[in-house]
Design a protein around this ligand. Sequence first.
Ligand code: TNX
Length: 615
Amino acid sequence: MSLTPPAGVTPVPEQPDPAADVPTTADLTPSEPTPAAEPAAGEPATPGLAASVLVTAEEPAAAVLAGSAAEAADRLLTRPTIGLGDVVPVPASVTPRPAAHFVLPADAAVRVSADPAARDVAAQLAELLRPATGLPLPVTDLPAAPGALVLTLAATAPRGSTAVREWAEEEYRLDVDVDGVRITAGTANGLFHGVQTLRQLLPTAVESRTPVAERWVVPGGTIVDRPRFPYRGAMLDVARHFFTVDDVCRVIDHLARYKLNHLHLHLTDDQGWRIAVDSWPRLTAVDGSTGVGGGPGGWYTAADYRRIVGYAARRHVTVVPEVDLPGHTNAALVAYPELAPDKVAPPPYTGTEVGFSYVDPTDERTYDFVADVLGEVAALTPGPWLHIGGDEAYKVKGVAYTGFVERVQRIVAGLGRTVVGWHQIAPAGQVHGRVLQWWGTNGDDPTVAEAVRRGARLILSPGNHAYLDMKYAPDTPLGHDWAGLIDVHRAYHWDPATHLADVPAEAVLGVEAPLWTESVTSLAEIEFLIFPRLPALAELAWSAPSTRSWTGFRERLAGQGPRWHAAGITFHPSPEIPWPATSAGGHLPGTAGTYRNPAPSQPAPGRDLTAPDTR
Ligand code: TNX
């Protein structure tokens, strides 16, 4: 790793630094967490310096002096191992003050303004830090006190000493000084992003789930940060293979860590129906228990789904539920043959072919079904979006298709929600606010450009850059390659604002990275495909182009590897990234140590996953 600050980092001339000859920041190999002995009850695992100074009642003045001297010496000996700009996604502006680093004292508290949402962010900060630090970290009200982590909601953004301005959406400011860390924002959402940044500025060992002997030092300076795009997301296909509520919650944690704010759940497909619908109970009773390869499947009850939505909301992530229509509906037809064009139940489907199934667009019963299902899903979903799929309905053509989509769009609008659909819905009429999710591989798409001229907005998921189910390399044991191989450079190397021809940047709402799960059967496999590519897409969605570069990104990403390792997150050790050697001198065991190759995936009948991209 180099000492070169990432683009956008503004080093500020410093006072002479007494410890300047000590190696600093990113060129130090982050050390592995050192397991510490369990602390005695009520005793911090890492006593701050105050705790190691003997204070006696007879000699108060001497004790105080000794305390300050020891504290000063401790600060000089404790250098940050992380640079203030070593954050993914790279912040909008970084102003390091190397002499102003902060060392978390044993009696540190989290101080927060009175707002309940801000208080909850403060509680989450304490929850993040307690396991590794072993510190009690009480959460208390303002005012700020020395040694504290202070979270403040402020109506306007501080700018210099007197000037103020309006906050941008989701913006935060983080100030690290000798006597504390302050995160300020206009919303709890902004504070939450600031907390994620602070987490990355603490030593890697902060990711440990058990107490570690470490000096919890944070590099000094100021970060002011805000997103480029409002919609930053990932999609998880829970239909091809089912994933439990706990698995989904862990994926939400991964999103939140990199400031992604939407989780799109692909809830229904040919192989399974994963969300209980009271008015059509056979959907899950019959189709909850299947999946690709005939696996056990599963489904979410309303309570399960609420748990996911609530877990996400606490982390400022909005769930976008997708009910894929009119194609990808074999499972629904198995349970309710009345929806099938020939009114005959097809056999359950466990392969990975696409495009063969559809609900009957000429039967009114189909629209009752759609209204009931979307109504129930909307009632369980607090966010504004309802995703209606629309992809690969190869057997519903022309006006039959656009007419169907237009009716479904009206149902969504009637529920007070905003339509999202795969970009195949582009030719259908516009409804207010409609969003197309573009997953093409060629940035010239006149039909989509035309829909944008009629008012559609876009979420970009280019198959050949953002599809997390594509293999990294020919020998990747999981995934597809119909859209090409996607290594980290390919995931990073495109610009959402200019990617589609004849589409203005203002029409781009953001970026989403879909993970289809035909070949993915476990949480470890999900993680293997999303790390390290998801952070690459997160940076495209969050950071301004002027602040980011591939060279800077690969250096910063390398620093995340030891964090994933410490947190027990499986990842692909992409050869393009200069991962630091572990303290044992070996390479990070991303694949070898924590990832087990699954059995070779079974190609499904009729689907040639090696076929060239024709979409
Ligand atoms: C295309 S992308 C699909 C999915 C598959 C995926 C596999 C899109 C909207 N549809 O049905 O799972 O390819 O990569």
